[in-house]
Design a protein around this ligand. Sequence first.
Ligand code: AMP
Length: 400
Amino acid sequence: MYNNIKTRQSRFSHGSRSGGRSRGNFGGKKTSSVNPNLYVNRAKDQIAHEEVIIKHKFTDFGLDQQIVDRVLRRGYETPTTVQDQAIPLAMAGRDVIGSADTGSGKTAAFVLPLLHKMVRDRNQKALIIVPTRELAVQIDDEIRLFSAGLGINTATIIGGAGFGNQLRMLQRRPQFVIGTPGRLKDHLNRKTLRIGDFSNLVLDEADRMVEMGFIDDIRTIVSMLPAHRQSLFFSATIMPEVRGLINSFMKDPASVSVKTRDTSENVDQDVVKFTDAYSKFTSLNDMLADEAFKKVLIFGRTKHGVEKLNDALLERGFKTVSIHGNKSQPQRQRALQDFKQDRATIMIATDVAARGLDIPNVSHVINYDAPDSYQDYIHRIGRTGRANNKGIALTFVSHY
Ligand code: AMP
C-alpha cells in the first residue's frame, strides 16, 4: 500500500531529501523555523519493540479491590510501563514526576492511586490541571469509567463551555476537579471554586502548559492549594521551565522516565512540494481520493485556515470534521467522536486542539501548513504509527 503512495507521492516530491530550501511560509503569516530535511525519514522496517519488564500486576499495587475490578473489567490486563513504575510511588504517598507522553497510559497512572485514596478517605480531593479542553474531557471519561458506582463526583472546568453547568458540577462538591488554567482561575476569582482542601495536585502535559503561556496562572492556582499535599507531574519533556515548576511545587519527588519509543521510528515521513495555493490544494485532493488514505489527520496553522480547508473538502464530497479554538466545546467533542468512530475519515485541526488526543488507527498525518517547531512536528506525527503500527506523515513545503 505504501508503494502506491510513494508512486503518487513521487509526482510531488522529487529529490525531497536534497530539496532542503524552503520559503517556510505556507499560507499563514508566520514562518516555520524547521528545516524541511527533517520532514523526510523512512520508518524502520523492523519496528523495535521496547524491552521492558513489567514487574507488577494490577492486583499487586494494593489498590482497593473495587478499583481493581473496574480496571480489569475495562480490559486492562497488564500495567503499562509508566503505571508499573509510578503507581507504587504514588501509593506510597510520594510526589512523582513522570516523563511520559500520550499513549503511555499515564492517565490511569495518576487516576488509580488518587481514586484509591478517595475510596478510603471520602475527604480527599484532587485538582488536575491540563492544557486543553479535550484532554480534560478525556481524563474525566477515564475517571468515570474507573469510579462507576463508587459515589465519586467529577467536574470539568474548561473554557468554551457554559458557567451554569460548571456551577452545578461544583456545587456537588466533586472529589476530582479537572480543568484548564484560565477557566479554573475564573472560578477561583469568583469564589465558585475553593481549593484550600484539595490535597492532591496533578499537572498533566506540563510542558505544553508552559509553551501555551499558562505558567503564571498555574503558579497562582497552585499557591491556593494546601502546602501539605501530594503532587504528580506528567510531561513529555522536562524543559527548564517545567523543572522550575517542579522545584517550587514538589517535595523530594521521585522520577519515572518512560522511554516512549521514538515515534518517528514507526512513521514514514516525506515532503510534498507545491508551487502555489492551487497546486497545493490539488495535491491534497489527489491524496485524499486515494483509498490508502483511510483515516487522515490534517494540520493547519490557523483556525480560519482550518475552517476554510474543511469547507473546501466538504464541498468536494470528503467526509471531514474540523477542530480548533473557535469551536464550542460540544462541537469539538462531536467532531472528535465522529473521527474516532469513523463517521468522518478526515479531521483537520490546529496544534492546540489536537494536543494529547488519543485517536486510534490514524493512517496518515498531513501537515498542510508546516509546524512552528520540530517539537510540534514530532507531536503531530505521533498521532499516527501508534501501538507499533506503521504510519505515514506528509508535510507540504513550498518549492521554488
Ligand atoms: P493515555 O496515555 O493515558 O492517554 O492512555 C492511552 C491509551 O491506552 C488509552 O486508550 C487507555 O485506555 C489505554 N490504556 C491505558 N492503560 C492501559 C493498560 N494497562 N492496558 C491496556 N490499555 C491501556
